[in-house]
Design a protein. Structure first.
Length: 410
């Protein structure tokens, strides 16, 4: 019997060990794919990691896997999937206690809504991340500053520099690395500029450029810092200092950003240098129309720019107005197209999430009903068993008494 028991135990252990497939190192697989720069490979690895993450039943691992999957979709311009998986990451982390990780997951969802121009939901989740930051007694400075800088930029988008300024000031309180300092100074300078504090804006953007020279925060930030500093210096009647900065920003832009061309063109036009202004307007608008994401818009606005060129010939006083009208048409047209696309993405994704939540709720109700029924049946069986047991005991007791009585009578 002992041998049989030992054999059964050994077989059970062997089966349990063989049935547990080795868990892959999800972080290493993701890091390797990300470093490759291959967006399709990154998406493939992120998708493959999801079932392994779910199998761990660890909320942090599951949330991180969905976050990464959203980032992978974003690289391919699949913003509906990015928003959907950002929500899945947020939902998975919702039961976790406040931490740096839950802050970043919440902030990621807010940033995703901001990218889709849904500023109401963006503000909701960014404010929630700020609340998490303020509730934590210990927080890495490289993480702590992020929700403030993003919320400040959101206020600037709404045209509220007075509300943005204290947020950037708060972000600047954290002892971050120079790369992050450049990003903070860019936002802080924008707030000062839009409040009309041009001297403070110029000083702040100069600090940002000094920080960027030590550690590159990225081409976009260096371009913006350079062009912004030029604009502030021009407002302070320091055009000679501004000109080389504008040209530097234009060289960095290569048509991907319109504002340095047009800001410089407007300044040149104000100085009476109309031919130079015309060339920068033309160059900026032409390159911007080529870089438009939407083919139909590109075709329409290339024609519009050409029309502006034809109309402006021989009527220099109308050149700035015509070119700025073309610029406004390009920007507003692309914005309107994006708005329609983004609103559709948000609406469809939220409907998808609501349907999934409804199905999950229905499944949960069915599961609860099943277990409630099963519990009730088990309870009845237990009571019935207890009654039968007591009856058996009583029968045994009375049978024993009968036997004793019969023996005594004999």
């Amino acid at each position: 019997m002992k041998r049989l028991l030992l054999l059964t135990t050994s077989l059970a252990l062997l089966f349990s060990c063989s049935s547990q497939a080795p868990q892959p190192d999800l972080d290493s697989a993701w890091a390797e794919a990300w470093q490759s720069g291959d967006s399709n490979l990154i998406l493939q690895v992120a998708q493959e990691n999801i079932p392994y993450a779910i199998a761990t039943e660890d909320a942090t691992i599951i949330s991180k896997a969905y976050w990464r999957l959203g980032s992978a979709h974003s690289r391919l311009g699949q913003f509906a999937e990015r928003l959907y998986h950002a929500h899945k990451a947020y939902d998975a982390a919702s039961d976790l206690p406040p931490s740096e990780f839950s802050l970043l997951v919440t902030l990621n969802l807010g940033q995703t809504y901001k990218h889709l121009n849904d500023y109401k939901h963006a503000a909701q989740f960014i404010d929630e991340s700020i609340g998490i930051a303020e509730s934590l007694s210990s927080l890495s400075p490289e993480i702590a500053y992020k929700p403030y800088i993003i919320r400040g930029n959101l206020e600037l988008l709404h045209g509220r520099p007075a509300a943005a300024l204290p947020l950037f000031v708060q972000a600047n309180q954290y002892p971050v690395a120079v790369k992050e300092q450049a990003i903070i100074f860019n936002g802080l300078g924008n707030a000062y500029y839009h409040l009309g504090h041009y001297e403070k804006a110029a000083d702040t953007w100069q600090l940002g450029l000094s920080a960027a020279a030590q550690d590159d925060p990225g081409a976009i930030f260096r371009l913006e810092l350079t062009a912004n500093l030029a604009e502030a210096l021009a407002q302070l009647d320091r055009g000679k200092e501004a000109e080389p900065l504008w040209r530097q920003a234009i060289a960095m832009s290569q048509g991907t950003r319109l504002f340095p061309y047009l800001d410089y063109g407007q300044w040149l036009d104000a100085q009476g240098r109309e031919e130079e202004a015309l060339s920068y307007y033309h160059q900026g608008l032409t390159e911007q129309s080529i870089n438009l994401q939407h083919g139909e818009l590109r075709h329409n606005y290339e024609a519009l720019v050409n029309e502006a060129i034809e109309l402006s010939e021989g009527t220099s006083s109308y050149q700035p107005r015509l070119y700025l009208a073309a610029k406004d048409a390009i920007i507003s047209g692309e914005r309107e197209s994006k708005e329609v696309t983004y609103h559709s993405i948000v609406r469809e994704t939220q409907n998808r999430i609501e349907k999934e939540n409804a199905v999950a709720t229905a499944n949960l109700k069915r599961e609860r009903t099943f277990w409630q029924g099963a519990t009730a049946v088990l309870g009845l069986l237990f009571i019935l068993g207890a009654v039968l047991f007591v009856n058996r005991k009583r029968e045994g007791h009375w049978n024993g008494l009968d036997k004793k009585i019969k023996r005594r009578k004999k």
